[in-house]
Design a protein around this ligand. Structure first.
Ligand code: HEM
Length: 449
């Protein structure tokens, strides 16, 4: 049967065709257009919910019992270890895939035109994915969790560097307020555990569920996935295929594959569980979860610049992309063609060299305070690799935008350079920072403390 001759009875009876668009454009079917990343993300979210509900039955969110209840899940509850591992690895998978999906949507110009709102919803989903992950991190109440969240909560208080310098912290302390809002006090304890638990099992999953509903609805309202201009006038059934049966079975196959991969990883590797949290014995180095290590690296230069200024500017940039770049002609085209691709790889190489050179200087020769010990903290806060890198990238993007008279090329430059920098800072935090946040080529070089 021709795909376009689907009897209407099938549409009425088929549940899948009620939640999925029943006709899909041929361009959207190309595996190299979406790589199935959005759907994989949705499937990972389903795994998170399913395994999370089981874990919740056995988990106790109290400082005295949380650790033991996780130990029981791992050692006593039948299948508990696998369920916990699946939950953990699916959540890590979500963080990686959400960034890959962001890259695919950005580089195919899929925020252009009427899709700007869905891009903004996507950025909120990205934030919720990270926060869901971070709030779950504390729940096992082991040393890893405790000190990672302690670091995270200190990052939340980064504004204090500025208010301290202005001498107004006693009267106006937004950093302290944010930290208190997050953990319910000055240090991580029962209040933090209760807050994180509520955020993790109710507030964030519910918000994600609602926003995902809107995200998927918007895709259909926006006329399906983005596609190049040459297909813009394809209306009705032109160049479209019914989603049933080929796409439906492909997506079901993908679902089985995602479950199998997560299960396989869960069988191979256990989610970490160190000894019970001990607030009087700090881990050294105390590292935040890996996806915040880029920020932690920037915080090591300046709390205010790295923990607040740069992340806020980055979010403002992400949210504002579709409103600053409105060159709708580039929609649905990977890298906006050859000119865009050239800007992308040049920006990537430039960002790589700039960040690595600065890191070489800071690791080998130190920074302002090492050179001029009495220097004012204002200089350290304003002139450091976080602010220099950010400033140069903005300048570069502006030059490209003006010279090419193209906001899309400017956006490509800024997005690419900041993303490469984020990757390098994160990799540095994961693999090359050891005790006292010093640089080490490998774990074997760490001093015994
Ligand atoms: C939990 C997080 C997310 C889930 C489950 C999700 C899911 C999806 C799915 C299933 C699609 C359609 C298929 C595909 O493009 O692969 C899609 C498209 C889209 N997503 Fe997401 N997404 C998430 C996060 C994001 C983020 C972080 C952004 C960007 C900031 C974003 C922006 C978009 C846009 C603009 C589209 C339409 C793309 C087009 O028309 O080609 N999404 N998303």
């Amino acid at each position: 049967m021709e795909s376009n001759d689907l009897p209407s009875g099938i549409i009425k009876r088929n549940f899948f065709l009620h939640i999925h668009a029943n006709r899909v454009h041929v361009h959207s079917m190309k595996p190299t257009y979406t790589f199935g990343l959005g759907i994989i993300l949705g499937f990972l979210f389903l795994i998170m919910i399913f395994t999370g509900v089981i874990l919740m039955i056995y988990y106790t969110p109290s400082v005295d019992m949380a650790y033991q209840s996780v130990k029981d899940i791992v050692n006593v509850v039948p299948g508990g270890r696998i369920i916990r591992n699946m939950h953990r690895w699916a959540s890590q998978g979500m963080v990686i895939v959400v960034f890959l999906h962001l890259l695919r949507v950005f580089y195919t110009g899929s925020y252009l035109g009427k899709r700007s709102l869905n891009w903004v919803i996507g950025v909120v989903l990205l934030i919720i994915t990270l926060l869901s992950n971070f709030s779950g991190y504390l729940l096992p109440w082991d040393q890893l969790a405790y000190w990672a969240v302690t670091i995270g909560s200190n990052i939340a208080a980064s504004a204090r560097e500025l208010t301290d310098l202005l001498g107004i912290t006693n009267a106006f302390d937004p950093g302290g307020f944010l930290k208190k809002l997050l953990i319910g006090g000055e240090s991580v304890g029962q209040a933090a555990l209760s807050r994180f638990f509520t955020l993790h099992v109710i507030f964030l999953p519910l918000s994600m569920l609602i926003l995902l509903g809107i995200h998927f609805w918007r895709i259909r309202k926006d006329g399906g996935l983005s596609r190049p201009l040459k297909y813009a006038n394809d209306k009705g059934s032109t160049n479209k295929w019914y989603a049933w049966p080929v796409l439906m079975w492909t997506e079901l196959g993908l679902f089985v594959l995602v479950v199998l991969v997560v299960l396989f990883v869960a069988l191979l590797a256990d989610a970490p569980l160190l000894e019970q949290a001990n607030p009087s014995f700090a881990e050294n180095p105390a590292k935040s979860p890996w996806y915040f290590l880029g920020i932690q690296e920037l915080v090591s230069y300046s709390a205010f610049a790295g923990g607040l200024l740069i992340p806020v500017l980055y979010l403002v940039f992400l949210f504002s992309i579709p409103y600053r770049d409105r060159e709708d002609g580039y929609v649905g085209e990977w890298f906006s063609g050859k000119r865009g691709l050239k800007v992308v790889w040049r920006s990537a190489v430039f960002a790589f060299l700039l960040v690595v050179m600065q890191l070489f200087v800071i690791i080998r020769f130190g920074w302002l305070r090492d050179w001029i010990p009495g220097i004012s903290q204002w200089f350290v806060m304003l002139i450091n690799p976080a602010t220099i890198t950010g400033g140069i990238f903005i300048l570069l993007a502006e030059v490209i935008r003006r010279k090419s008279k193209s906001t899309r090329l400017g956006a490509l430059a800024l997005f690419t350079s900041t993303f490469v920098a984020l990757l390098i800072f994160t990799a540095l935090g994961i693999w090359f920072r050891g005790p006292n946040w010093e640089f080490f080529w490998s774990l074997k070089q760490w001093p015994v403390i």
